[in-house]
Design a binder for this molecule. Structure first.
Ligand SMILES: Cc1ncc(COP(=O)(O)O)c(C=O)c1O
Length: 368
């Protein structure tokens, strides 16, 4: 029995079905399956949406991070500073290059990088910083950029959850040297399969990444770099172009839902998300926090309300990354957030009635 789904992709598809089918048909008619015109136009449109001059479309957000790191010159022996409270891909991409991830904790109120810890994390081997705009809210970019410039580091924004998020009036992705996006189906802008993009204002970086995503070729069968097969499919480019036209309306709907949740959940036992001044939160995830997370999760589940936990274990405590040498207690804010956060249903098509069903269940579940 699902009363309120966590995400309803069918509800999103229904009103755009005709537009999507037309776009898909065009790609089928032209048999333009890999990269091609639709992808090239989408690169321009999405880069412009982010306020960047260049876009390089790839086959996932993970590939976007990997190529941005390579174009930034990161490799074996280097260190890259990021946070452990993120999806594992942020950290995995650093390891793909042979570099070492170095963690700093998050600030509990925004769930993003605590910039005060950068000074003790930087070494002569540090090459780059990856702030993560977690849940759809920008990290504190001004001090991160200032720190990076002072130490000669590149900044790669992990904007996989933050399409359209803003920091002091600027769209994320175009503030650092690189901005990496995921178009995984459930993201605020989602493909009908895998997809990702790096945006940048540097044409040289863009050129390097265009080659790296396509076997390092500068022209057919001329392999000037050791590359990858990270190309975006033509169908995804065409579908994403259609969906990009709706993104602002969907984002505004998410923001209205978040305000409604905040209103209905104020003075309850859960802490609602904080939108920091001058940052436009795009609510990819609407996460409340409570020390009674397990009870709340069970109670909501019993009433047919789907929830998520983003993320139950911070990366430094994941078994696969134990060789990084971090232990329990080293990043207390990340560890506490991992114990306390619960993501409530959030998608543009959510109705007021569904929101009320969820908030009533939260109150009853925690007896408040
Ligand atoms: C913060 C973050 N970084 C990176 C990724 C990786 O994106 P993808 O799943 O498209 O490879 C994701 C998406 O799942 C993410 O949420």
């Amino acid at each position: 029995m699902t009363v309120v789904p966590f995400l309803d992709l069918k509800a999103q598809y229904r009103p755009i079905k005709t537009e999507v089918q037309k776009a898909v048909q065009k790609v089928l008619d032209e048999c333009s399956f890999i990269l091609g015109d639709e992808v090239a136009v989408f690169e321009r449109e999405f880069a412009a949406y982010c306020g960047a001059s260049q876009g390089v479309a790839v086959n996932s957000g993970t590939s976007a991070l990997h190529l941005a790191l390579l174009a930034a010159g990161v490799g074996p022996g280097d260190e890259v500073i990021t946070v452990p409270f993120t999806f594992v891909a942020t950290v995995a991409a650093i390891l793909y290059t042979g570099a070492r991830p170095v963690f700093v904790d998050i600030e509990p109120c925004s769930f993003t990088m605590d910039i005060r810890q950068l000074a003790s994390a930087v070494t002569e081997r540090t090459k780059a910083i990856i702030p993560v705009h977690l849940y759809g809210q920008a990290a504190d970019m001004d001090p991160i950029m200032e720190f990076a410039r002072r130490h000669g580091l590149k900044v790669i924004e992990d904007a996989a959850q933050a399409h359209g998020a803003e920091y002091k009036g600027r769209r994320v992705g175009s503030i650092g040297d690189f901005g990496c996006f995921s178009f995984y189906p459930g993201k605020n802008l989602g493909a009908y399969g895998e997809g990702g993009m790096v945006v940048t204002n540097n044409p040289d970086y863009a050129r390097t990444m265009q080659m790296l995503r396509d076997w390092g070729q500068d022209r057919k069968y001329s392999h000037v770099l050791k590359g990858y097969n990270y190309r975006l499919e033509g169908l995804q480019g065409a579908i994403l172009r259609v969906k990009l036209r709706h993104l602002e309306a969907w984002t505004e709907a998410r923001r209205v839902h978040a305000l409604r949740y905040n209103e209905l959940l104020k003075d309850t036992a859960v802490q609602t998300p904080v939108e920091i001044d001058s940052r436009r939160h795009v609510y990819h995830v609407y996460a409340v926090r409570t020390p009674q997370r397990h009870t709340l999760h069970v109670q909501l589940h019993a009433r047919g309300i789907q929830t998520g936990i983003h993320y139950p274990v911070p990366v430094h405590l994941q078994p696969a990354y134990s060789d990084l040498g971090y232990g329990k207690g080293e990043f207390p804010h990340s560890e506490r957030a991992a114990r306390e956060v619960l993501s409530l249903p959030m998608f543009a098509e959510l109705t007021d009635e569904q929101i009320e069903t969820v908030t009533t269940a939260v109150k009853e579940g925690l007896h408040v």
